[in-house]
Ligand binder design. Structure first.
Ligand code: AFP
Length: 338
């Protein structure tokens, strides 16, 4: 549809023409998200200097208080949505309760779920981090979000995506018509189309998991990873292992090269670590749109009915065949959890 190098906003407007159901509001909302992403990207490029600049009581040379990057990122999204007319509430990892934007009433139709800075401990070691977003449209006429509006299945997402702050900054999104990736050109401050209609390989040869928790996993998870590590060249095993420790970066690599990322439940913590509404569901939506799968091990992530905004869920996400194989192990071993 677009040409490599097409700016994000032009691409969205062209997509809008091809799909009349897509709205101006939605294009504006994605441009607000991309603006926050540019602010965070710029700030991230100086993150290593933050402590240097902040040694005299955490105040930088402009006299501003040096904020932790998580708070900075959360504020950048808040600023982008305030008075933007589209978003009536934002649910983020940084705020216990939903943040309302009454000034965007009555036109606002969207709730945005965000992990503003995923994997932020990587900042200390100059590693990649990301932002994750999930967008839900509320019913016309609703003035403030109800619990029914806030606790929606991943299947109902209007769009979802992430921004990866890596060796370059990329915005990847889907609104249900494929997955498209844009790379930030820092010289002109624009996201330009670099990866159109991304597709994940059906099977990969890499697994990605924090293996330090091996002893805490239930035995089906242990058996699955043991299986991937076995020497069976005719079956494409052993798999290689890669783990960055930032969901966005690990899933982005998986999307491009195939394989599986997992953050499983543990015997003592069956719900795992990853948050459903602003981590698992949006990443699951993107990966499914690219032809892959996302599962708890026994259930499709997008089919889970949330019961709380900060709910956690185990996640197995990536190439279709790798996730199916993981599900086989998890289902066969379900008696181990009883
Ligand atoms: P934060 O968003 O709180 O930084 O958490 C990052 C994360 O949820 C996800 O991005 C990583 O894959 C996972 O945690 C890493 O967790 P471990 O350090 O336990 O491997």
């Amino acid at each position: 549809m677009g040409n490599i190098g097409t700016p994000l906003i032009r691409f969205l407007l062209e997509e809008q023409q091809d799909h009349p159901e897509a709205t101006d509001e939605f294009t504006t909302l994605l441009s607000q998200i991309s603006r926050a992403g540019k602010m965070i990207s710029r700030k991230m490029s100086r993150a290593g200097l933050a402590n240097v600049l902040g040694v005299t009581g955490d105040v930088n040379v402009q006299g501003e208080v040096v904020k932790k990057m998580d708070i900075y990122a959360n504020d950048a999204f808040k600023q982008a949505f305030q008075h933007g007319a589209q978003v009536i509430a934002m649910v983020t990892e940084e705020d216990e309760d939903p943040v309302a934007f009454p000034e965007n009433q009555p036109s606002g139709r969207y709730i945005v779920y965000l992990d503003p800075l995923d994997g932020s401990s990587n900042i200390d070691v100059n590693g990649p981090v990301g932002s994750i977003f999930s967008i839900h449209r509320i019913n016309d006429g609703a003035s403030r979000p109800t619990n029914t509006d806030l606790l929606r299945k991943g299947l109902d997402q209007a769009a979802a995506g992430y921004i990866l702050y890596g060796s370059s900054t990329m915005l990847v999104y889907s609104c249900g018509k494929g997955v498209h990736g844009f790379t930030l050109d820092p010289d002109i401050g624009e996201f330009l189309l670099s990866h159109e209609n991304m597709k994940i390989p059906t099977r990969g040869n890499v697994y990605s998991v924090n293996e330090g928790h091996y002893q805490k996993w239930i035995s089906p998870t242990q058996r699955f990873i043991d299986h991937l590590r076995e020497h069976a060249p005719d079956d494409g095993r052993p798999y290689s292992s890669r783990y960055i420790g930032a969901l966005v970066a690990d899933v982005h690599r998986t999307l491009l090269t195939g394989g599986i990322y997992l953050y499983p439940g543990e015997a003592e913590k069956p719900e795992g670590k990853i948050r459903l509404l602003y981590e698992s569901a949006p990443m699951g939506y993107v990966v499914e749109q690219a032809g892959g799968s996302a599962s708890t091990g026994t259930e499709r992530i997008l089919n889970i009915q949330p019961t709380a905004i900060h709910q956690r869920t185990p996640i197995f996400i990536g190439s279709h065949d790798d996730v199916s194989l993981a599900e086989t192990f998890m289902r066969d071993g379900k008696e181990d959890r009883q």
